[in-house]
Design a protein around this ligand. Structure first.
Ligand code: AMP
Length: 599
C-alpha cells in the first residue's frame, strides 16, 4: 500500500480484507491516471455519440482526446441553459446523455438567482457510492478501532420539487440519502451511525436535528467521531444543543419524546431508543447550563477522536470556533465533491486543515484544467491557453477545473480554482483555493459581486423618497455568531438631513429588501435551514470610505486604480469601519422562500 502515511500516527495495516481491496483500487487507479482518463473519455463519448449535443459538434463517433478537444467547446452553465430547460420541460430525447436523465441535482451555485439544475443519470449513484466506499478504508489507516464505537453525524435532507416536465429536483445529498444505496447500505462495523435513517430522512429540519441530537446524547460514550458535511452544519448542531438542551434533558430524564416530533415513523423509531436515564439528564444539565462552552464536544462526547467536517474553502472561517468547541480535536476533510460530479478524496485525512490536498480519482469523470493566472495580460485571457490533462499538471500551479461527465456535461467549467500540491502515484493532489466569483458565504450560499450589487440597488429604491443614495458599500461574512450573517456597510448621502432622512424603520426594511433579492440558496438558508441569520446594515459616517482608501494607499495601493473592496475581512479595515458606525439595522423578518423556482 503506497498511500503515504508518514505524517500519521499510529500507522496501521488495512483493517479488513474489504479495506485492502479499496486501497488497492485507489493505488491502481491513481497509478494509471492517464490511461484511466483516456478510457473514461472514450466510454463517455462512445455511449453519448448519438446525443444531440455531441452530434452538433461533428465528432462523427470519434472517441479520442484530440478530436474531442478540437471540436467540443468549453462551456459554462449558462451556455447549457437551453438544453437544460428542454430536459426540465419534459423533452426525453437524448439531448446531453444517451442514458435517461433520472433527476436534477440542485447545486448551491446559482444562475439568475436560482440553484443550477444539474442533470444526472441513475448510474451516477453507483459512482458516488464507490467514492464514499473509499473514505472509511483510508480513515482506518490513520485512526484505529473505529469499529469499537459509532459516528455522530448530523446529516439532513432538504426540500425537493418537480420540474414542469416531472423530473425531481433536489440537492445531491438528499438524492443520495434517499437512495437505496444509502438506506439499505450493508452493515459496516467501522461506519455505524448513531442517527437512525428515519431521523436523517425526516424533511423537517427541527425534528431531524432534535432526534439526531437525542441519539447522539444517549449514545455519547460510544461516539468516536462527530461530524457533518460542512463545518457550518456541525456548528449549527452545537447551537441547537445550546438552545434546546433543557427540553433534550427533560426527554432523556423521563424517557418521553418532545411533542414537536410529530413524524409517526420517527416517533416509533425513537421509542425503541429513548429510555428514561436521569443520570444522563443530570449530566447534560450540568454541562450545558454553564456559560462556558469551551470544549463542549469533548465534554459531552469524551471518546471523540476527531471531527469529520469539511473546513477547506469557504468553511475555513469556522476552524477557530470548532477548535474552541472541541478542545482542538483534529478535523478531517475527507472528500471533494459537487452536484455535477464527485471528484476525489483526501488520502491523509488527519492532516492539518491548511495542508489538506484532495486526490481527484481519475475514474469519476474526464478532467481537464484551464491554467489560472490572474496576473496574465488580458490579451492572453482572451485567447486562453489550451486545457491541460489530469496527468500533465504541474506542481505549484493553479488551475480551473473543467469536467466531462457520464451524465452528459461536456467540458463544463465547475468554477473551482485548485492548486497542485503534489502527486499520489500519477494522480495530482489539489489544495482547494477558492470558488470563482464568490464574495460572501455563510453556509452553502454563494453570493457574488453582481448579486450583491443588485441587492444594494433594490434596497436603494426605498431611499429615493428620502433623497438619499448609497455612495459606497462593502460587505463582510460575520461568523462570530451562529448562525452567521451578512453585514453590509453603507455610506449614505442624505441630501436634506434636517428634514428628510430615512428612519430606522426604513433602513431595517432595506435589509429585508436586500435579502429578498439575494439568491434562493441564501433565502433557503434564512427560512428553511436557519443556517443564516438576519442581514445587517451598518451605516457608517460620511468620509469613512475615503479613510478606507487612504489606508489602502498607505499600504501601497495605486490611487488611480483604487476601488472600494466589495468584501472585507482584514482586521484593521474591519476595526476602522466598525469605529465609524453611525447606526445598525437588521432585517425585521425572513425573506420569501419556497422550494418552487421563481422562473
Ligand atoms: P454543490 O454544487 O452545491 O454540491 O457545491 C459544490 C461546490 O462546493 C464545489 O464545486 C466546491 O466549490 C465546494 N466544495 C465541495 N467540496 C469541497 C471541499 N472539500 N473543500 C472546499 N470546497 C468544497
Amino acid at each position: 500500500m503506497a498511500i503515504d502515511t508518514a505524517t500519521s500516527s499510529p500507522l496501521s495495516p488495512p483493517a479488513t480484507e474489504k479495506d485492502a481491496k479499496a486501497l488497492q483500487f485507489i493505488e491502481e487507479t491513481t497509478r494509471n491516471t492517464d490511461s484511466v482518463q483516456e478510457r473514461v473519455l472514450s466510454e463517455i463519448l462512445r455511449r453519448n455519440a448519438e446525443t444531440e449535443y455531441l452530434k452538433r459538434f461533428g465528432l462523427g463517433g470519434a472517441t479520442d482526446r484530440d478530436s474531442f478537444k478540437s471540436k467540443v467547446p468549453v462551456v459554462t452553465y449558462e451556455d447549457l441553459l437551453p438544453e437544460i430547460q428542454r430536459i426540465a420541460n419534459g423533452d426525453r430525447s437524448p439531448i446531453l446523455s444517451s442514458h435517461p436523465i433520472s433527476e436534477f441535482l440542485t447545486s448551491s451555485g446559482t444562475s439568475a438567482g436560482e440553484r443550477k439544475l444539474m442533470p444526472t443519470i441513475h448510474e451516477e449513484l453507483d459512482r458516488r457510492t464507490l467514492l464514499y466506499s473509499l473514505l472509511q478504508p483510508v480513515m482506518n489507516l490513520y485512526v484505529p478501532d473505529l469499529d469499537k464505537g459509532k459516528g455522530l453525524y448530523f446529516l439532513f435532507i432538504k426540500a425537493e420539487t418537480k420540474t414542469p416536465g416531472g423530473l425531481v429536483a433536489r440537492p445531491v445529498l438528499t438524492s443520495y440519502y434517499k437512495s437505496e444505496h444509502f438506506k439499505t447500505r450493508p452493515f459496516d462495523p467501522y461506519n455505524v451511525l448513531t442517527s437512525p435513517n428515519e431521523a436523517i430522512l425526516c424533511a423537517d429540519s427541527f425534528q431531524s436535528m432534535y432526534t439526531q441530537m437525542v441519539c447522539g446524547l444517549i449514545m455519547r460514550q460510544q461516539v468516536l467521531r462527530v461530524g457533518a458535511v460542512f463545518a457550518s452544519g456541525l456548528l449549527r448542531a452545537i447551537r441547537f444543543l445550546q438552545l434546546n438542551w433543557q427540553q433534550l434533558s427533560l426527554d432523556i430524564r423521563n424517557g418521553t419524546l418532545n411533542p414537536k416530533i410529530t413524524d409517526p415513523s420517527l416517533r416509533e423509531t425513537m421509542s425503541g431508543i429513548l429510555k428514561s436515564d436521569p443520570k444522563l439528564a443530570d449530566f447534560i444539565t450540568k454541562e450545558c447550563c454553564e456559560e462556558n462552552w469551551a470544549g463542549i464536544i469533548t465534554r459531552v462526547w469524551p471518546n471523540t477522536k476527531y471531527l469529520d467536517v469539511i473546513v477547506t474553502g469557504a468553511m475555513a472561517q469556522y476552524i477557530p470556533l470548532l477548535e474552541y468547541y472541541s478542545n482542538g480535536l483534529p478535523m478531517a476533510c475527507t472528500m471533494y465533491a459537487s452536484s455535477e460530479c464527485y471528484f476525489g478524496l483526501n488520502l491523509k485525512p488527519m492532516c492539518k486543515p491548511s495542508e489538506v490536498s484532495y486526490t481527484i480519482m481519475p475514474n469519476m469523470a474526464y478532467f481537464e484544467f484551464i491554467p489560472h493566472d490572474p496576473s496574465a495580460p488580458s490579451l492572453i485571457k482572451h485567447s486562453p491557453p489550451p486545457l491541460v490533462d489530469l496527468a500533465d499538471l504541474e506542481v505549484g500551479k493553479k488551475y480551473e477545473l473543467v469536467i466531462t461527465t457520464y451524465a452528459g456535461l461536456c467540458r463544463y467549467r465547475v468554477g473551482d480554482i485548485l492548486e497542485v500540491t503534489g502527486f499520489h502515484n500519477a494522480a495530482p493532489q489539489f489544495r482547494f483555493v477558492r470558488r470563482k466569483n464568490v464574495l460572501l458565504s455563510i453556509d452553502s450560499d454563494k453570493t457574488d459581486e453582481a448579486e450583491l450589487q443588485k441587492a444594494i440597488d433594490n434596497a436603494s429604491v426605498l431611499l429615493r423618497e428620502f433623497n438619499t443614495t448609497v455612495v459606497e458599500y462593502t460587505s463582510y461574512a460575520d461568523t462570530k455568531t451562529i448562525p452567521g450573517h451578512y453585514v453590509i456597510y453603507w455610506e449614505l448621502l442624505v441630501k436634506d438631513p434636517a428634514n428628510n432622512s430615512p428612519s430606522h424603520e426604513v433602513l431595517d426594511k432595506c435589509c429585508l429588501a436586500m435579502e429578498e433579492s439575494l439568491n434562493s440558496v441564501y433565502r433557503q438558508g434564512r427560512v428553511a435551514d436557519n443556517s443564516i441569520g438576519p442581514l445587517e446594515i451598518r451605516v457608517v459616517k460620511n468620509g469613512t470610505f475615503e479613510e478606507l482608501m487612504d489606508y489602502a494607499i498607505s499600504r501601497g495601493a495605486s490611487i488611480n486604480q483604487y476601488k472600494a473592496p466589495r468584501c472585507v475581512n482584514f482586521s484593521p479595515i474591519m476595526e476602522l469601519l466598525d469605529s465609524r458606525v453611525f447606526s445598525v439595522h437588521f432585517s425585521p423578518s425572513a425573506p420569501q422562500w419556497t422550494p418552487e423556482r421563481r422562473h
